[in-house]
Design a protein around this ligand. Structure first.
Ligand SMILES: [Cu+2]
Length: 298
């Protein structure tokens, strides 16, 4: 024992899929050698008794972090409204919102809803933030689905007000207000006056994903979409011991409205770093690093 005389058990999930051109960093040569060895006979990286590459990754957070969390309830005009936010609740950046409306305990399934969102503190206090209003029909789960960018220039002032003006198709109307404190986590990264929000995918999986971010610039009085930027993506998985690798992805596509997207084929589940480099014409690069982003097996 101790010698690698036993043939390690190799399953598809423990073999590290690596392409030489995706490697980078000081450990590249060693990683490549490691992986060639795996292909030939299996191998044991430094400090490991068995080659469980997935075991090098921190345990993935509970899946509920991608789900809807109740943010608050409010009533107005005889309408009771529950506000939900995806990804486990309100956070800085692009927040998918779900509203459930009831009148006298009866779910309302058709309504015109207009959302507004404003920061309550910091340099952008009172500024109207970009929002997406829900369609007039609730989805199968009874949610009116919309979204808001909860943005703040300095990321420390994280109190927001979200308002919803609700008008049912049969004439009832009410206005509700929610005080929301947003988490500062990986969903929004800033560099200077550029704020970069992760839009999609909500829950990335191994295989093909459309990765989309939105860049907005704080002008001192408003957040405006930052179009016409050079855009570059570098997905990277740190495998520990100086080894790491990227994964195949397409060239960027500028979608307008400050949005940029890439097709990304994640070759492994676990924690990834997504580095987005944006270059405004005639200015220096801005870098947004989304670190610890979990890619699920399915
Ligand atoms: Cu990996």
């Amino acid at each position: 024992m101790g010698l690698k005389s036993q043939k390690p058990e190799i399953s598809a999930s423990t073999v590290h899929p690596v392409r030489g051109s995706l490697l980078r960093g000081a450990g590249s040569a060693r990683a490549l050698a490691t992986c060639l060895l795996i292909l030939v006979a299996g191998c044991v990286p430094d400090g490991l008794e068995d080659f469980d590459f997935q075991g090098l990754q921190p345990p993935p957070p509970p899946d509920e972090l991608t789900g809807d969390a109740l943010v608050g309830t409010a009533s107005g005009g005889g309408l009771d409204v529950e506000l939900y936010a995806a990804r486990g609740g309100a956070h800085l950046g692009y927040v998918r919102l779900g509203l459930r409306v009831a009148r006298s305990g009866e779910a309302v399934r058709d309504a015109r809803i207009v959302i507004s969102a404003t920061p309550e503190a910091g340099p952008a206090s009172g500024v109207a933030l970009p929002v997406e209003n829900p369609a007039t029909a609730a989805d199968a789960d009874g949610f009116f689905r919309g979204a808001a960018f909860l943005l703040t220039p300095d990321t420390t002032a994280r109190d927001f007000t979200i308002r919803a003006s609700v008008e049912t198709l049969d004439g009832a109307s009410g206005e509700v207000t929610f005080a929301v404190e947003a988490r500062n986590d990986l969903w929004m990264q800033k560099d200077g006056d550029l704020l970069v929000s992760w839009i999609d995918p909500l829950r990335p999986v191994v295989g093909n994903n459309l990765f989309t971010v939105a860049a907005l610039r704080w002008t001192g009085s408003a957040f405006v979409p930052a179009d016409g930027l050079g855009a570059d993506l570098y997905p990277y998985m740190d495998m520990g011991g100086g080894d790491g690798h990227s994964t195949p992805h397409s060239a960027p596509e500028a979608l307008g409205d400050g949005r940029y997207s890439w097709d990304v084929d994640f070759i492994m589940s676990g924690g990834w770093e997504m580095t987005v480099t944006l270059t405004p014409p005639g200015e220096s690069d801005a870098t947004a690093r989304f670190v610890g982003y979990t890619v699920y097996d399915q």
